[in-house]
Ligand binder design. Structure first.
Ligand code: CO
Ligand code: CO
Length: 368
């Protein structure tokens, strides 16, 4: 069900208030998740400067190349705009829109080529990463974002259900990965992010690059895939077995990882620390003797970026809050042999409880 268009002006108002609180003059935002969050404008980054200048007095102007003006206007009709032509110097234009005194917050993901020119154009002002301002806004998802994430996760769930019906043995990882991409699109994604198919020993590399290995009966296969739907990301992992006879150790490891994930869910609630979710899952894996093979944090936030705050990792004492969405994805990776990972996206509800956005079955599914 489509939800109402979020109030981008309201989001910009909150960002401007955060600038004022910190004594910053302005926020400079290039294409990426911050720009999408503040304006609804989703556009690729190129060598031509596109930059939102949000002054702490609330003034917001998008500096954009003339050839993209129509697109920007369609995506963000309520936003002031200054267009520049091919022979103009856009950094100076952006700098001229900073009216308040003080330092500059610049989007974490802005290209260095732009940052350096903007620093020259705004000489005398210090630059700092915009995440100090943007992170508290973006990590607590509003109703529109929660709905968007739910819809993306459900599409990923349906994709998983469909891949279980496809043959694995005798096909290459790349062929299975292509199916995942096709299904994600058919289920409503407008962007394919990644389709990891890590079979047999390749499963021991968490970010294995899907390749030409031909999948065999008896393989354990890690499937980790996701993409974007109207800007919001999906990310799900399930581990399947090719053929009906599961050997003792893959079966045991899968059970351990599944229990670790359940422990992560039990720990995740409003007020719990991000690191406590990691610890809860890790304890299960440690106790089973596989601790040194769980080689990554248990989870990451998700929203307009596939990986964003909060990170569920040892050392992050940040408290979980309503509206936070993140993965819970323990794994065990046995070099040269196989890997197992189970990943869901979960959301902290207003009542403080955790809600799984992925509901696809967690069991060690048998495929053919
Ligand atoms: Co993943
Ligand atoms: Co993930």
């Amino acid at each position: 069900m489509p939800t109402e268009r979020p109030s981008y002006a309201e989001r910009r108002g909150r960002a401007a208030a955060a600038l004022a609180e910190r004594g910053l003059a302005a926020l400079l935002v290039s294409p990426g998740a911050d720009l999408a969050y503040l304006t609804g404008y989703r556009v690729f980054t190129s060598e031509r400067l596109t930059c939102l200048v949000l002054d702490r007095d609330g003034g917001a102007t998008l500096v954009c190349p003339e050839l993209e003006a129509a697109r920007a206007s369609a995506a963000a009709p309520d936003l002031g705009r200054v267009t520049w032509r091919e022979t103009d110097e856009p950094h100076a234009i952006a700098a001229s829109l900073v009216r308040s005194d003080g330092d500059i917050a610049v989007a974490d993901q802005m290209w260095a080529a732009f940052v350096l020119k903007l620093q020259t154009a705004l000489a005398g002002r210090a630059f700092s990463p915009a995440s100090a301002v943007m992170r508290p806004l973006r990590e607590r998802k509003d109703a529109h974002e929660r709905e968007a994430l739910r819809a993306a996760s459900e599409a990923a769930d349906r994709t998983y259900a469909r891949i279980l019906q496809r043959p694995f043995a005798g096909r290459t990882e790349r062929e299975v990965g292509a199916d995942l991409g096709t299904f994600l699109r058919e289920e409503g994604h407008d962007e394919i992010g990644f389709t990891i198919v890590a079979s047999g020993p390749n499963g021991a590399s968490p970010h294995h690059e899907t390749g030409e290995r031909r999948i065999e009966r008896g393989d354990t296969v890690v499937l980790d895939f996701g993409g974007g739907r109207e800007g919001y990301r999906s990310d799900i992992t399930r581990t399947v077995h090719v053929g009906g006879v599961i050997e003792a150790e893959p079966g045991r490891v899968h059970d351990v990882v599944r229990r670790a994930q359940e422990a992560g869910y039990k720990a995740a609630r409003r007020g719990a620390s991000a690191e406590s979710v990691d610890a809860a899952a890790r304890t299960v894996i440690d106790d089973a003797g596989y601790g040194k093979f769980f080689i990554h944090r248990v989870g990451h936030g998700i929203g307009l970026d596939g990986h964003e705050h909060p990170y569920l990792v040892h050392g992050n004492a940040q408290r979980l809050e309503a509206g936070m969405a993140f993965s819970i994805e323990p794994g065990v990776y046995l070099p040269g042999r196989f890997g197992v990972r189970i990943e869901d996206i979960a959301l902290i509800e207003d009542d403080g409880s955790v809600r799984p956005l992925n509901r696809a079955d967690h069991s060690f599914a048998i495929v053919t």
